[in-house]
Write a protein that binds this ligand. Structure first.
Ligand code: ZN
Length: 267
């Protein structure tokens, strides 16, 4: 809990100076599994994570993933990822430093890379010359390799007094990606349990934050939304690694029919 309190306060301080990154130091965690963790979610379709990052001094499993399908390589919130192939698409949910890394984005770019991001993230991409598409919640977009819906992602709980880490007014997003082979992946971003995501349906894989403490859903809320959406598979993200209680709790609350895949918790 200490970590989250510190992290919340740090984030809060960051938000107060309207930067979000000056107070938070992100590095690769020593607890990172040296081998990137991968799960197959369909024919020629994989999800990969590079695993643990350090947020200041705490070891944290982030919300960074690579989604690969046929010929498309899509990254969602890439932070401290290593030895990677360039991106066809980079999707950013919001501008917080555990989701947005200019260094990683620059490292993934090739000439044709398309960046899709929230307005807040776009403000930090002014020097990037790629195609940038700014999105807000509840939009539908078509690309050559997939179609996508953006979802709402915001807090109902405050970090401090009335201040929320992810206020609705920021128009942060989550993404539902529908691949050409029909697989549907939902990356929730940083959000609480909110009514707008209750009706998501026919999702194969849900990537859901479970860390709680006024930054995202906690394990109970995350399990509730996952049980509502009823995907085939769920991958928990955005939690402190040492806290295996959280993962166990989440596991106990999710319907047995839904496969839980934990990537690089404590290997
Ligand atoms: Zn955030």
């Amino acid at each position: 809990m200490e970590f989250y309190r510190f992290y919340s306060l740090t984030l809060f301080a960051g938000l107060m100076v309207n930067q979000g990154c000056t107070m938070v130091k992100i590095t690769i965690s020593e607890k990172r599994n040296p081998i990137p963790q991968q799960v197959t979610i369909g024919e020629k379709t994989t999800l990969t994570t590079w695993g643990a990052i350090k947020v200041n001094n705490a070891h944290f499993f982030p919300s960074s993933f690579q989604l690969k399908a046929d010929n498309a390589t899509i990254y969602i919130d890439p932070v401290e990822i290593e030895n990677v192939e360039p991106a066809d698409y980079i999707l950013i949910t919001h501008a917080h430093p555990d989701h947005f890394s200019l260094k990683d984005i620059n490292g993934l770019l090739k000439e044709e890379t398309k960046i899709i991001c929230s307005k807040g993230a776009s403000k930090k991409l002014r020097k990037v010359k790629s195609q940038i598409q700014i999105v807000k919640p509840n939009q539908r977009l078509e690309f050559e390799d997939f179609s996508m819906e953006t979802t709402f992602a915001y807090n109902t709980k405050s970090v401090f007094l009335w201040i929320k880490a992810h206020p609705k007014s920021k128009e942060n997003v989550g993404y539902v990606i529908t691949l050409k082979n029909g697989r549907r992946v939902y990356h929730a971003g940083d959000t609480d349990y909110i009514p707008e995501i209750e009706d998501l349906a026919e999702i194969d894989v849900v990537l859901v934050p479970i860390g709680g403490d006024n930054l995202t859903m906690n394990t109970r809320e995350a399990a509730m939304i996952v049980n509502k959406i009823e995907p085939n598979m769920v991958i928990p993200m955005h939690y402190e690694i040492k806290n295996s209680d959280e993962l166990n709790q989440f596991g106990a609350l999710v319907n047995e029919r839904i496969r839980i895949v934990t990537l690089n918790s404590e290997y």
